[in-house]
Design a protein around this ligand. Structure first.
Ligand code: NDP
Length: 331
């Protein structure tokens, strides 16, 4: 691939929103590197995806220590792309990573201890080839570590200059609130929360969005397309190039039930009547939540990034659309 010059109009087509009451703005669409960036991925496509996303004004790239496969390889590969194509643009990019799931053997490679979080971020920075990340997340709650210890570790990481901001992921509402209060008292506020949220997974509506709004914390829902199940992709069987065919650990063919396909068919008709794709309506539906700062998508093709970015110039969902979607989701 030849030298890369980003699209000069990139900031005109995207919009940016602050994380809650905080100063950091994120592009309304963020790209996650959970799939399609490990060593098993086609490296040319991974590189095209990053360049294309940046060209569309996507400034936020989301990683975790364990993204691959193998774990760690998405950070390494993203680090290479950064050095080759985006080194001059580091200050125009928000890079996040996380620790919280199992990463290495023994008692210090999993959970929420200070030992694990500090050493994991040191490893992530090496793989990425960076001095600091913009956001460091605790990836999931750990009942075996006192919340104070995990939050103190996040505060320490910021004070060490290894992350500018901290966030939490997969914390239920009460714990998210407690954690946010501890972080605030330490002087390192939680600026963002990363929950799973889509038309098929609505748990954050049961208290989490309220806590985040009250605390002035931003929200970046992950898997807004239910890992690719929600678009019209599986209506005619399982395509060879789809996640369910290529990496069925997280989207199993048996999860693609006839009941879900019925819902998808009805949603698809509604999206078509609105002159958009179902994937686009599903992203607009997530972004309709006032608590949501940015929607965190995955992509296997640049056309999927185009689909996502196009929603910003499409007609927003009206109350009648939201009601019609609700009637399909909860008949
Ligand atoms: P999505 O729900 O957005 O699924 C992405 C997949 O949907 C793509 O890989 C593609 O699948 C399909 N897709 C995307 N656009 C289209 C389109 N226009 N038409 C049809 N199909 C489309 O998100 P992910 O599950 O990938 O998660 C996104 C990010 O969230 C991750 O990369 C990661 O950064 C983060 N995450 C965080 C977690 C946490 O615990 N904090 C857990 C999981 C994810 P296909 O490959 O079939 O083309």
């Amino acid at each position: 691939m030849t030298g890369y010059l980003p699209n000069q109009q990139r900031y005109e087509q995207m919009s940016y929103q602050p994380c809650g009451i905080h100063g950091l703005k994120l592009s309304r669409i963020s790209l996650g590197l959970w799939h399609n960036f490990g060593d098993t991925a086609n490296q040319d496509i991974s590189r095209q995806l990053i360049r294309h996303a940046f060209d569309l004004g996507i400034t936020h790239f989301d990683l975790a220590n364990n993204y691959g496969p193998p774990p760690g390889s998405a950070e390494e590969n993203f680090g290479k792309i950064l050095r080759h194509d985006l080194a001059a643009y580091r200050d125009e990019i928000v890079i996040s990573t996380k620790a919280g799931y199992v990463m290495w053997d023994g008692p210090y490679g999993d959970g929420g201890s200070k030992k694990y979080l500090v050493s994991s971020l040191n490893q992530s920075l090496k793989r990425l080839g960076l001095d600091y990340v913009d956001i460091f997340y605790h990836h999931r709650p750990d009942a075996q570590t006192p919340l104070e210890e995990t939050m103190t570790a996040l505060d320490l990481i910021v004070r060490q200059g290894k992350a500018l901001y901290v966030g939490l992921s997969n914390y239920p509402p009460e714990l998210a609130q407690k954690a946010a209060e501890i972080l605030k008292s330490l002087g390192t506020p939680c600026i963002i929360h990363q929950p799973k949220y889509s038309m098929f997974q609505r748990t954050p509506e049961q208290g989490l969005f309220d806590v985040l709004t009250e605390q002035g914390i931003g929200c970046i829902p992950f898997s807004p397309l239910a890992g690719g199940l929600l678009p019209d992709r599986y209506l005619k069987g399982i395509p060879e190039d789809s996640r369910a065919a290529k990496d069925a650990r997280f989207l199993k063919p048996e999860d693609i039930t006839e009941a879900k396909l019925d819902i998808i068919r009805n949603l698809n008709e509604l999206a078509q009547a609105r002159d958009q794709k179902l994937s686009q309506m599903a992203l607009q539906w997530v972004l309709r939540q006032p608590a949501v700062t940015s929607v965190l998508i995955g992509a296997s093709k640049t056309s999927q990034l185009d689909d996502a970015a196009a929603i910003l110039s499409q007609k927003p969902l009206q109350q009648t659309d939201i009601d019609a979607i609700e009637a399909i989701l909860t008949p």
